[in-house]
Ligand binder design. Structure first.
Ligand SMILES: [Zn+2]
Length: 338
């Protein structure tokens, strides 16, 4: 089962290459839940394997070996690859970990900023916050401890859509809230920050989140064509307003952790709504779960093997022999003193 050690790295490659296809092939609701979990497990598994390799090279530094009471030469003699490769793996793990901390700190700062914004917003009786604004927009601010989620719609968006289309938009945003979609988007973003190979998959998760909200709105209103039309009209109205004011998407004040109804590939989303509802793809889901399970096993085997290597290289504890103290003196008497 030694090959399992390398399975997190292989899974990383598979998810990096096939992740976008997997996210688009699974029904959106399933992709939103399964793909980010697989990404986090694979990113952590890859980090674990690289860190264990790096630790093996670190453990051969004489001062570290002395502290750990193991033989640096015995540790080095049994490894089939050069110590420089292990050192590179360890450096890679440290850099990826630093990127993960940096991204986490940025996400926490952003969430605090959003929480401050959400607390100042006063919802109407239907729970929706309507804000004045010349740019048609609708987005969801995530729920945070002490701050409920907020669905925000600008007055310009309400003017751009008719009554039925506005209901579509609100159903779409409500699906983001009930599905806790921002958690999955943040998990995928964090996994891709610690593992650049997973960035295309993180973008596919963002798309899947929008598709899942579209499908939820279509189920709620029972009309896929209406949802496609509302999306297209909302996106066109927003694009026209941005063009008229010579603004770009980031200048509308929408927080980056929010989920906007017009965010991402609206034409593809509308086209998907004109097709029948997606069918479950159990074989792909089972394959993704198998990949996740193998990665977890591989990470565990990597840690076990590191532990075994260190145990095997451990130096024997110094033994006090009676001869050291003049033959007739026993160890017990030495320990008990004169
Ligand atoms: Zn959305």
């Amino acid at each position: 089962m030694a090959w399992l050690v390398w399975s997190p790295l292989a899974a990383n490659l598979v998810l990096g290459l096939l992740g976008p296809w997997i996210a688009r092939s699974l029904p959106p609701g399933m992709a939103v839940r399964l793909v980010p979990i697989a990404m986090v497990v694979v990113a952590m598994g890859t980090g674990t394997v690289l860190a264990t390799l790096g630790f093996l090279s670190f453990a051969q530094v004489p001062e570290v070996a002395r502290l750990g009471s193991w033989s640096a030469s015995r540790l080095g003699a049994e490894q089939p690859w050069p110590v420089a490769a292990e050192a590179m793996a360890g450096t890679g793990a440290a850099l990826l970990l630093a990127a993960g901390f940096h991204t986490t700190a940025r996400m926490v700062r952003e969430l605090f900023r959003v929480a401050g914004t959400a607390r100042r917003l006063v919802p109407g009786p239907d729970g929706v916050v309507i804000v004045p604004g010349a740019v048609p927009d609708a987005y969801t601010l995530p729920a945070l401890p002490g701050t409920p989620a907020r669905v925000v719609v600008t007055t310009a968006m309400l003017h751009a859509l008719d009554g039925e289309e506005s209901r579509v938009l609100l159903a779409h945003e409500a699906a983001h809230v009930s599905g806790r979609h921002h958690l999955y988007v943040q998990a995928a973003h964090l996994a891709s920050a610690t593992n650049p190979l997973l960035r295309p998959t993180a973008r596919a998760v963002r798309f899947a989140v929008e598709r899942a909200a579209d499908e939820a709105a279509a189920r709620r209103l029972g009309n896929r064509r209406l949802v496609a039309r509302a999306l297209a009209r909302a996106a066109l109205a927003k694009a026209a307003a941005l063009r008229a004011d010579d603004l770009d998407e980031g200048s509308t004040g929408t927080a980056s952790v929010s989920l906007s109804a017009t965010g991402g590939h609206v034409a593809q989303r509308a086209a998907a709504l004109l097709e029948p509802a997606p069918r479950p793809r159990r074989a792909i889901a089972v394959g993704l779960l198998a990949l996740t399970t193998i990665t977890l096993l591989g990470s565990s085997v990597a840690v076990d093997q590191l532990d075994d290597r260190l145990d095997q290289a451990e130096l024997p504890a110094p033994v006090l022999s009676s001869s050291s103290y003049g033959g007739s003196q026993t160890i017990a008497s030495v320990l008990s003193g004169p």
